[in-house]
Write a protein that binds this ligand. Structure first.
Ligand code: AMP
Length: 309
């Protein structure tokens, strides 16, 4: 999408090996920034900051290019692209990481192309929290900053992660990870702890159980869409973030207050498409009208009348 409020995303661009109870794939294009960008591209222009290695051919970027994602901030460096291998059993909410190879991300020094330092919306997708902080610091007075993270960084760099969160408005995180980060089982208390670190809005992703949004003065829940076909949940969290921030960015353009509820439903719509295929097969080629149709499906799913005896 060319018009609208741009979003700058920093995160991983990866090759994934994934096994689920319904199939497997190797060397699939993945990564937090990739999944986010493709989903968000349906709503607003996206600027991607990341690094890939020499094994990343021109053709690998096709799904991003086709969706109009601006790749001027995608560096190519000597070495191998980030690699992740994971496996899911029937509990699709919790992947088991088999292997994480940072490769070119280990030495990554992000740079913003000219003009990108004024991007109004920033998404710090799941990646090293020091990298997230460095990119956050390069953007001048963004209107909205959101971040995601995962157990790998919560366990590996907890202090850096807490520092990064000090300059973040919205944290998107899954239920297991917010419990790990705060040491609290109760999600309401855990969200309050996160508020105290910085983010005023906390979105807790609960896989097939949907999401809980703790926004200023509002708590909202969206279920996951009951789908006949679920193949691979990889990227669902990032696709959620793409729809969520894409919707918020569109409203910023009209100078309206954020509508967290609508954004959470749009995020859930994009996550529901993400899980219907491996990698980006489904999300990269949505037909016109499909997003609207599923949004209406979510509304129907959760509408009910007044209480009657
Ligand atoms: P999710 O939306 O949480 O399912 O994100 C899935 C994507 O995260 C995969 O495509 C992986 O390449 C990527 N990923 C996995 N582990 C990491 C990590 N430690 N840092 C950054 N990205 C990761």
């Amino acid at each position: 999408m060319s018009g609208g409020t741009p979003i700058l995303v920093v995160g991983s661009v990866a090759f994934d090996d994934v096994r689920t109870p319904f199939g497997a794939g190797a060397d699939l294009l993945g990564g937090s920034a990739t999944h986010f960008s493709v989903a968000a591209s349906y709503f607003t222009p996206v600027r991607l900051v990341a690094v890939v290695g020499e094994d990343f051919a021109e053709a690998h970027a096709a799904p991003l290019r086709e969706r109009g994602v601006d790749l001027a901030g995608l560096q190519r460096r000597a070495g191998r692209t980030f690699r992740w291998a994971g496996e899911y059993d029937f509990d699709l909410n919790n992947p088991r990481t088999l292997d994480t190879q940072l490769n070119v991300f280990a030495e990554f020094s992000p740079e913003l192309p000219a003009g990108w330092e004024d991007t109004p919306v920033v998404f710090l997708a799941n990646i090293d929290p020091d990298l997230q902080a460095s990119v956050r610091g390069m953007v001048r007075e963004p209107r909205l900053v959101a971040a995601d993270t995962m157990n790998f960084w919560i366990a590996g760099k907890p202090d850096a992660l807490r520092r990064t969160l000090g300059a973040v408005d919205v944290l998107l995180i899954n239920d297991g990870e917010i419990r790990q980060l705060t040491g609290r089982w109760n999600l309401v208390e855990a969200a309050e702890e996160i508020h105290a670190l910085g983010p005023r809005t906390v979105v807790v992703k609960r896989g097939e159980h949907g999401v809980l949004v703790f926004a200023p003065g509002d708590v909202f829940a969206v279920p996951a869409y009951p789908l006949r076909r679920v193949l691979d949940p990889t990227g669902a969290g990032d696709a959620f973030a793409g729809g969520f921030l894409g919707q918020l960015a569109a409203r910023l353009r009209q100078d309206q207050e954020p509508d967290w509820r609508r954004a959470a439903v749009v995020g859930s719509v994009m996550a529901s498409f993400q899980v219907e295929s491996f990698s980006l097969e489904r999300v990269r080629q949505l037909r016109p009208g499909e997003i609207e149709e599923r949004y209406a499906g979510f509304r129907k799913l959760t509408e009910f009348g007044d209480f009657q005896r």
